[in-house]
Design a protein around this ligand. Sequence first.
Ligand code: F1P
Length: 346
Amino acid sequence: IFDSLRGRLDAKHGTLTMGGMREYAEALINAKRIVIVACGTSWHAGLVAEYMIEELCRIPVEVEYASEFRYRNPVIGVGDVIIAISQSGETADTLVALESAKEKGAIILGVCNVVGSSIARMSHAGAYTHAGPEIGVASTKAFTAQLAVLCLMGLKLAADKGTISSQRFQHLLDELDQIPDKVATALKLDDQVKQIADKYKDARDFLYLGRGYNFPVALEGALKLKEISYIHAEGYPAAEMKHGPIALVDESLPVVIVATKDSYYEKIVSNIQEIKARKGKVIAVVTEGDTTIPPMADDVIVVPAADELVAPIISVIPLQLLAYHIGVLKGLDVDKPRNLAKSVTV
Ligand code: F1P
């Protein structure tokens, strides 16, 4: 994925060369806002993109569930740019939402995995994720590929808008270059995550917490567990815990906390203390070299260090593995979860 995209991304600030988007460069640069429309896992990728694009490009971004957007009467029209994210490219909610936005004059940029899919064809331009076929119903590698593509789009736009220094631009490209190796390292956590899965497989509920770029990762970890292990799980921004979910915490509740080293680190350490004070079981995903969180947590999963902007591509992997192993240990068919379809076309 990276090799093919990187090849199309000019390392110097300048032209927009990704998947036919050159034609829409002007519209993007001048966009007053960007609206991201997606469902499920793709919506979580959209939330990460919101943080990335606002930080890198200083353009306001809204992230909408297509399943809501299509039924309400959103303010959308000429001058708006919509980024539609979909693994299958066939999700009916997303497709219908785009149809009406396109009729009203919005520009549609698609981020799809399936080449030639309906959403890709409906889009004015965009980028394919080229993650290969998703064998299982629940989206996994498509999610990490979406994050990579959206980061590259954000970087390109930031370069074109002049909202990023050449040093930061180059740094983030270098970070993206290192992602394949770091993902390979994260996948080696498989055995360890399996042991953790065995310990918690009978839990009735799970809570997933994260802050900043790792907040959508917490949502995605919870969704994966629901989808393939049928365990009730809630994903929450850790900072919101005190506004309600903290009431759930007791010694029977496993709390997965994505606590990699980033600008929210000190705050998330406090959240871990709050959970431990209420006897919750903390499963912490931390950055290599962290010596503060491991003694506080019940279980620790160590991932390679990365810039916070690209960290979700790595930190989500142990959460995907956790859901997978719990599902397998429960004897479930993780590739074909009940009640779910690969493409939700109705
Ligand atoms: C959206 C989605 C997936 C989920 C499941 C049902 O699909 O919600 O995220 O894992 O397959 O559909 P898509 O629009 O990304 O293809």
